[in-house]
Design a binder for this molecule. Structure first.
Ligand code: DQA
Length: 143
């Protein structure tokens, strides 16, 4: 079973982001954790990152066409990208929204997710383990 894992802006620079908020893994280590966890769950994860809204929308269209399940950390786009929300709504398989931090425990502008309404569920606040939990959630959703 193939899944697409999409990471939004600034997530490739976890090496220089605040580790007390985002955890200790750099992006390469996070990618490897996702690939290994997916593989243990019997899935093949295609893990991508972009700082560009249009690129992420294109990937969501690709996943919709291929009927792929998606795990997405939209990063700052979570809070305002109606275009990513509309693209996510086109998916034919489950969508899990993930966050490393718990946005509800942070600044007020992070309390809104425009993506959650089109996701099967959201997992936030567990650092890199949020992705592992999302993979397990997908596995149980897909049976
Ligand atoms: C984030 C939370 C967002 O508010 C923030 O803009 C990010 C990362 C997270 O994974 O905790 O870039 O999505």
């Amino acid at each position: 079973m193939k899944i697409m894992v999409i990471n939004g802006p600034n997530l490739a620079r976890l090496d220089i982001r605040d580790s007390s908020i985002y955890g200790d893994l750099n992006y390469a280590e996070l990618k490897s954790l996702i690939e290994t966890s997916a593989s243990s769950a019997g899935m093949q994860a295609d893990v991508r990152q972009s700082n560009d809204e249009a690129t992420i929308i294109g990937w969501l269209h690709e996943a919709a066409d291929a009927k792929l399940p998606v795990i997405i950390n939209p990063a700052a786009f979570t809070h305002y990208s109606y275009a990513i929300r509309d693209a996510a709504e086109l998916l034919k398989a489950p969508l899990i929204e993930v966050h490393l931090s718990n946005p509800m425990a942070r600044e007020e502008f992070r309390h809104t997710s425009v993506i959650s309404g089109v996701a099967s569920g959201t997992i936030a606040g567990f650092g890199p383990n949020s992705y592992v939990l999302a993979i397990n959630a997908l596995k149980s959703l897909l049976g």
